[in-house]
Design a protein around this ligand. Structure first.
Ligand code: TYD
Length: 232
């Protein structure tokens, strides 16, 4: 099936998926990539942290720190690693793909840093936006799908996935962040709510407490409204 091309004057399109742990971003991002590819659009599906070979190493350090007695990452070291990951990801993957007019779908992007490090870790949203700006790293997605679930439901989903994966799974699903307490996850959710209020034109809040098919219908409806030419 051939689709209308995107408007000639734009370079690519960057769509990010965001949400608390277990909100289903990865599944929804994959499904969107599949539908777009089937429709003949060039798509790059990527993620943060990760998305580049170096980024996958950052990811390992961020999510699976070495066992005690090694000290855990300090909040500042954690923040800098996420920024390092984004810098690498932008230059190596996202920018070239956008320049060649592809649709980039990123499973997490800048809003994760603003919600997790900005709000839950307490660095402040405005401060981190300024940091991105000063470092030449401030690139907003064209559209951000925020999958909205109660963080308690998200953690239950994660726990089930971890049990299914078993203890031998590489990079066990039960990462450092999922071990944080309920207050941390509530703060992340609050961070996302604040971001949605700050950027109503960019961030679309999609209720995600339903089955994946239903949520995907909602994701597609949201994207159709923003980019009528994008989906079949
Ligand atoms: P990931 O597996 O992508 O999340 P999920 O389990 O929800 O699919 O794990 C990434 C973790 O990193 C997640 O807990 C959120 C956190 N994170 C930050 O704290 N800051 C950031 O800038 C990014 C990109 C992720």
């Amino acid at each position: 099936m051939s689709l209308p091309r995107q408007p000639e004057d734009r370079v690519g399109l960057l769509i990010s998926f965001e949400g608390v742990d277990g909100s289903g971003k990865t599944t929804q991002a994959r499904r969107l990539a599949e539908v777009l590819r089937q429709a003949g659009r060039p798509v790059v599906l990527t993620r943060e942290p990760g998305g580049t070979p170096l980024g996958e190493q950052f990811r390992r350090i961020l999510l699976q720190p070495p066992p005690p007695p090694a000290a855990s990452l300090t909040p500042r070291a954690e923040l800098f690693l996420y920024l390092a990951d984004r810098a690498q990801h932008w230059q190596e993957v996202v920018e070239p793909a956008l320049q060649s007019r592809q649709v980039v779908i990123s499973d997490r992007f800048i809003d994760s840093t603003l919600a997790y490090q900005g709000v839950a870790r307490g660095f402040g949203i405005e401060t981190l936006i300024e940091v991105h700006q000063k470092l030449g790293l401030l690139r907003w997605p064209d559209c951000t799908i925020l999958l909205d679930v109660d963080p308690r439901l998200g953690l239950q989903r994660k726990r089930r996935q971890a049990q299914a994966a078993g203890p031998a799974a590489p990079l066990a699903e039960w990462s450092r962040f999922e071990r944080e307490d309920a207050a941390f996850h509530q703060a992340v959710a609050e961070g996302y709510r604040r971001l949605a209020d700050m950027f109503p034109g960019r961030i679309v809040v999609v209720p995600a407490d339903a089955d994946p098919d239903t949520v995907f219908q909602r994701v597609q409806a949201a994207l159709r409204q923003k980019f009528p030419w994008l989906l079949p």
